[in-house]
Design a protein around this ligand. Structure first.
Ligand code: SF4
Length: 279
């Protein structure tokens, strides 16, 4: 199997590309421009790993594909071997289809023709970005020959109260079936991939900064893209909608000092902030 190296995609790169084409281009062509990993972000990664380990205890008895992201070819081999041996539950299984590599948090076999995919999140609810996350995995898993019939999210139960001792894993997690929502997104995946590959074959796309740079989480290239912003950037306008921010930037207003006070869409508080920025 030729995984190639030029524009190799993964689940995280696919999701980055959906959010912002520039971030996908930078991930593939200039990853060294990413911001250094801060302690808070590292703590989130660590928390995610702990939640993943607890989720595996919740679905005990599976086999872990332990090869990391630097050894994807070996992870694919191990996954293939385990499936051929009839494994019933797999953690971090590696699958490759249509130029995309995914690692599935938990997969378990319901019967010979039906597998369940579980994506583990440390959030306390289903978020919009979780749907394409599951959809691209189902696309790759099915394309690789695994008959996935159910796509579910496993997230933290916000009402769980720790009583001391071992966690009650049945109570700690909430499992939600999102198969129907995922099925509606699946037909769009090939078109997204095509657009991403075409974009990656060209120069760095010119994408203006906007709300997407910080939401739902801060982009890895935030520092690079915001390096030449003025002292009071419009991105600091309080409670600015994505539409308002995009409109300001598209019209060339990068500094709060330059935004006309009568600019359409500003509320009283935002207008006051613009006024104060220039005094
Ligand atoms: S910081 Fe914003 S514009 Fe830059 S790559 Fe990230 S999301 Fe795109």
């Amino acid at each position: 199997m030729n995984m190639g190296t030029s524009h190799r995609l993964s689940k995280s790169r696919f999701l980055a590309g959906l959010r912002c084409q520039k971030s996908l281009w930078l991930e593939c062509h200039a990853p060294e421009l990413a911001d250094p990993v801060e302690e808070t972000r590292q703590a989130l990664f660590d928390q995610g790993h702990q939640v993943g380990a607890l989720a595996r205890e919740r679905y005990a008895g599976g086999v872990l594909v332990s090869e990391d992201h630097l050894h994807s070819a070996q992870a694919l081999d191990t996954t293939r071997r385990l499936l051929a041996e009839g494994v019933r539950c797999l953690y971090e299984g590696a699958f490759w289809h249509d130029g995309v590599l995914v690692r599935a948090d938990i997969l378990f076999r319901q019967n010979d023709e039906e597998w369940v995919l579980l994506e583990v999140k440390s959030s306390t609810s289903v978020k919009p970005e979780h749907l394409p996350d599951l959809a691209v995995q189902v696309y790759v898993l099915r394309g690789a020959g695994l008959p996935v019939t159910s796509a579910r999210l496993l997230f933290m139960n916000k009402d769980y109260v720790y009583q001391g001792g071992a966690y009650d894993l049945g109570e700690l997690f909430v499992e939600q079936d999102l198969t129907q929502e995922v099925e509606t997104l699946l037909p769009e995946i090939p078109a997204h991939l095509k657009v991403m590959r075409q974009m990656l074959a060209g120069p760095l796309p010119d994408v203006p900064i906007g709300r997407r740079c910080a939401e739902p989480y801060q982009c890895r290239f935030f520092g690079y893209c915001h390096r030449s912003l003025p002292e009071y950037p419009v991105t600091e306008l309080p409670r600015a909608s994505a539409d308002l921010l995009d409109s300001l930037i598209a019209n060339g207003y990068y500094s709060l000092c330059d935004v006309p006070l009568e600019y359409p869409g500003l509320n009283d508080r935002q207008r006051a902030v613009c006024y104060l920025a220039r005094t």
